[in-house]
Design a protein around this ligand. Structure first.
Ligand SMILES: Nc1ncnc2c1ncn2[C@@H]1O[C@H](COP(=O)(O)OP(=O)(O)OP(=O)(O)O)[C@@H](O)[C@H]1O
Ligand SMILES: [Mg+2]
Length: 109
């Protein structure tokens, strides 16, 4: 089964075309590396696939669920280990404040 299908994904930030027509498929059980130079649009693409950014164009399917325009439709199926920049969005986290993370936001324990 196709786990992730990205078709023609595009995202612009002002003057910057961060992602321009990215398409790929990952089948269930496949180990998939998504590599590219700094600023190539990797994080923006992953953010679109996980519902953290809305594509300007393109189509997303996660485990057969069409998430295009419905960013939360498959978030319960996704686990994300964010990089430093994502954690930075929450500022410094200290006890006894409850931990906050993407998995919590997605409703996963
Ligand atoms: N929120 C944003 N606002 C404005 N520009 C952005 C934003 N996010 C990303 N960009 C720009 O979009 C382009 C792609 O950025 P992105 O972070 O997706 O690349 P990346 O491949 O993940 O890079 P890196 O390898 O450095 O992590 C870059 O030019 C970046 O400056
Ligand atoms: Mg990145």
């Amino acid at each position: 089964m196709t786990a992730i299908a990205a078709e023609g994904l595009a995202k612009r930030f002002g003057e910057v075309q961060a992602v321009a027509g990215v398409s790929f498929e990952v089948v269930q059980g496949e180990l998939f590396g998504f590599l590219g130079p700094n600023g190539a649009g990797k994080t923006t693409t992953i953010n679109m696939l996980t519902g953290l950014a809305r594509p300007d164009a393109g189509r997303i399917r996660i485990m057969g669920i069409d998430c295009t325009g419905k960013p939360k439709a498959a978030q319960h199926l996704i686990g994300v280990v964010p990089d430093e920049s994502t954690l930075g969005a929450y500022g410094e986290i200290r006890a006894p404040k409850p931990p906050v993370g993407n998995s919590a936001n997605y409703g996963n324990p």
